[in-house]
Design a protein around this ligand. Sequence first.
Ligand SMILES: *Cc1c(COP(=O)(O)O)cnc(C)c1O
Length: 389
Amino acid sequence: MTMPIYMDHNATTPVDPRVVEAMLPCFSEHFGNAASRTHPYGWAASKLVEDARGGVASAVGANPEEIVFTSGATESNNLAIKGISAALKGRRNHVVTCATEHKAVLDPCAALQRDGFEVTVLPVDPNGRLDPERVREALTPRTALASIMLANNETGTLHDVAAIAAICEERGVVVHCDATQAAGKVATDVRSLGVDLLSLSAHKVYGPKGVGALFVRRGRPRLHLVPILDGGGHEQGIRSGTLNVAGAVGFARALAIAVAEMPAEGARVAALRDRLERAVTSRLEAVTVNGDVERRLPNTSNMSFAGVDGAALLAGLREVAVASGSACTSADPKPSHVLIAMGRSRELANASIRFSLGRSNTADEVDVVAEAVVREVTRLRSNSPLWRK
Ligand SMILES: *Cc1c(COP(=O)(O)O)cnc(C)c1O
């Protein structure tokens, strides 16, 4: 079986060979437990972790002691949202988030709601943008936290997190940002964003799966986080558990490469993304590009094809590995909550495809994929009673 062209880099990325190379000595040579203080095996592992911490920190403009290693962005988001809320519970019982956030933010917020917190889920405009003024209106003296992502995983739309954070700071509200899709693709600097907490994941930036980080701002006013995992008190007591040394090393290497190559690779991938959209929209009518085309990730294109069945389209597109605008795990496809929040109909949301490009993609691949999309949409529309012109 020949594998399809991979255009699902927002789901995960292959590990860069330079990252694998950096990780390899951590498995059998430097296998020590970074928490072992009594012998050189532990010291060597600890040194690797601390160097990695410095690398991750410098990739996002943080100080090393502000980086907590986790198992990935799902854990980072949970730790940030539940950890701050638990610390402020009693004094502040309100959390603000946005309708287009990843489930790894929306679900922890829903868990807080079951716990007695009030949760405000802010709407977005048809381009998926959150107006910072909406955040201002939502804040109350009881608001503990606002959790707003930097780049959306489905559409690539970027939020004005710096403006949102400035509003929150005036009101003493802690700001968390899920920057999982932004890091390595667009400038992601914790100080210019002005956030208190920021989530990252290695496997979205050509690093290994199962490792991520949470930036936790130091300094005043002091942030207090209640840990989710109790145990050995690793990571300054915020995240117990033996450190994933190889994962941390790979993560730091992956981020360093992504940041160094960002200007050139961002431009290259944006040109490919634009080539794909041009090829498709110039040959098909009734195609909607979802997201803010002026302010989005360079690698992401989300397109809706009116009058076609999304599942049939995906099934027909055998040449390419992409994500659809629906969770097609059940018989009844559930349309993407992101596209629905942007005001798309169920039908259009289900007839959407996310193309997320990456390092492996070439112009030739883009042409093959565009050809396949045009062919399948044309075929499905010609057979469809939904499509009349
Ligand atoms: C992938 C992703 C996550 C989850 O990250 P994991 O490391 O896989 O847990 C969270 N938020 C966004 C925006 C993502 O794209």
